[in-house]
Design a protein around this ligand. Structure first.
Ligand code: ATP
Ligand code: MG
Length: 252
């Protein structure tokens, strides 16, 4: 048991969720490494949602609401960390939910779909035979997607995505929204909109942004027109630089 008074309680609790998911067999071992890398970048940004992330969250809400066919892609880590928020977001937009795994097994797909259904998802795409369409230029099992989901989507939200797949989805002409704590990853750089924040902080804020923007839809096009992803990534890097300089100065 982690005492709630521990200064890094939230982070340790999330780590436990990922470990538990690995024990239950739906989080890949590589997912443990991904979490560790994320924790490192979260330390650097200060473990809080920063203004550059909030800007991207608002653009993401706009893109999801403007979409003709929006899909949320879910892997093991996402299912372990934020299944309830995924379902809330899917209902708020509304968007479809699809399981998409780099290390695909029928058992892992079923387990993840079951977790999502337990959190209120009505339909979960991408399980078994449903993933019968193919993303060109990808060689992992991840190229298999649902013909009714990611394959035909115009906007795909990919929390914790791999760089190759983000690039392949962009080449198919899709708008890709990534949530990735590492502003330097290929995913972060290839996505149309990159939310540099922890998934567990970003998703509730994204639901809120969608709810607010739904009441004010005439702002959507303006938000999208003004959004500049490279500027947001640059802001994230400069935030880390300034923050580290400040901390170092305080030590001297
Ligand atoms: P890329 O393939 O995009 O170059 P990578 O190979 O460095 O990235 P992957 O293991 O493919 O990294 O993907 C994991 C990514 O997810 C990492 O960039 C990590 O920072 C990020 N990440 C992990 N956990 C979280 C989290 N809870 N919230 C947001 N991002 C996270
Ligand atoms: Mg990668």
């Amino acid at each position: 048991m982690i005492p709630p008074t521990h200064p890094r309680y939230r982070s340790l609790l999330e780590r436990e969720k990922i470990v538990e998911g690995a024990r239950e067999g739906y989080v890949a071992l590589q997912g443990l490494i991904a979490q560790g890398r994320g924790e490192c970048f979260d330390y650097l940004i200060g473990e809080e949602t920063q203004p550059f992330a909030q800007k991207a969250i608002e653009a993401a809400a706009a893109a999801l609401l403007a979409a003709r066919h929006p899909v949320i892609s879910v892997n093991g880590n996402v299912a372990a960390l934020a299944p309830g928020d995924v379902v809330r977001l899917a209902k708020a937009v509304p968007a479809l939910i699809e399981v998409n795994l780099f290390y695909r097994t029928r058992e892992r797909e079923e387990k993840i779909a079951e977790i999502l259904r337990r959190h209120g998802a009505e339909e979960v795409l991408g399980v078994g035979e449903d993933a019968s369409c193919t993303i060109p230029e990808l060689f992992s099992e991840r190229r298999r997607v649902s013909c009714r989901g990611i394959y035909t989507a115009d906007v795909v939200l990919v929390p914790l995505e791999d760089g190759d797949r983000t690039e392949a989805l962009r080449k198919m002409g899709k708008t890709v929204i990534a949530i990735d704590l590492n502003p330097l990853s290929r995913t972060a750089r290839a996505a149309t909109i990159t939310i540099v924040d922890n998934l567990t902080r970003a998703l509730p804020r994204l639901v809120e942004a969608v709810e607010n923007l739904k009441k004010d839809r005439n702002r959507i096009q303006d938000i999208l027109a003004k959004y500049n992803n490279n500027a947001v990534l640059a802001e994230a890097l400069l935030h880390i630089k300034t923050r580290l300089e400040k901390i170092a100065a305080e030590m001297l």
